[in-house]
Design a protein around this ligand. Structure first.
Ligand code: ZN
Length: 129
């Protein structure tokens, strides 16, 4: 999963977008989601991430053209370049349990509190009301 990647690795994944088929919207969707976490943590990425998200949102069968595909590649590479500058860092993610697995929310830094309301609290697990 893209969630586990260091900044440089995610940058490589974005650079590889140009090798994908323009019809492969699944990987684009996952890259959009993965890079969104980075844009919360590193505000300098927010604008580039948003441009990529908008470009890929036009890449659906009824709206895509050669131009929308070029936009996806261009915005993905701009975002890749900014991510690469961060180097070999990974996002700190919350590991608390939730109803669907571990929380996974991006934390400001390792060990900082998570604001998610979705954690399974010890009293909820024992069935107390
Ligand atoms: Zn959490």
């Amino acid at each position: 999963m893209y969630d586990e990647l260091a900044a440089v690795e995610l940058a490589d994944a974005l650079t590889c977008v140009r090798k994908l088929s323009p019809e492969a919207t699944g990987p684009l969707s996952m890259l959009d989601e993965a890079t969104l976490g980075w844009s919360w943590r590193y505000p300098q990425l927010a604008e580039l991430q948003q441009a990529f998200a908008q470009a890929r949102s036009r890449q659906w069968p009824h709206t895509r053209t050669e131009q929308t595909w070029q936009d996806v590649i261009t915005t993905a590479e701009a975002l890749a370049e900014a991510l690469r500058e961060l180097g070999d860092v990974r996002l700190a993610r919350c590991t608390e349990p939730t109803g669907w697995g571990s929380c996974g929310r991006v934390l400001a830094e390792q060990g900082s509190p998570c604001t998610s309301q979705e954690h399974i609290l010890p009293e909820a697990q024992s069935g107390a009301s």
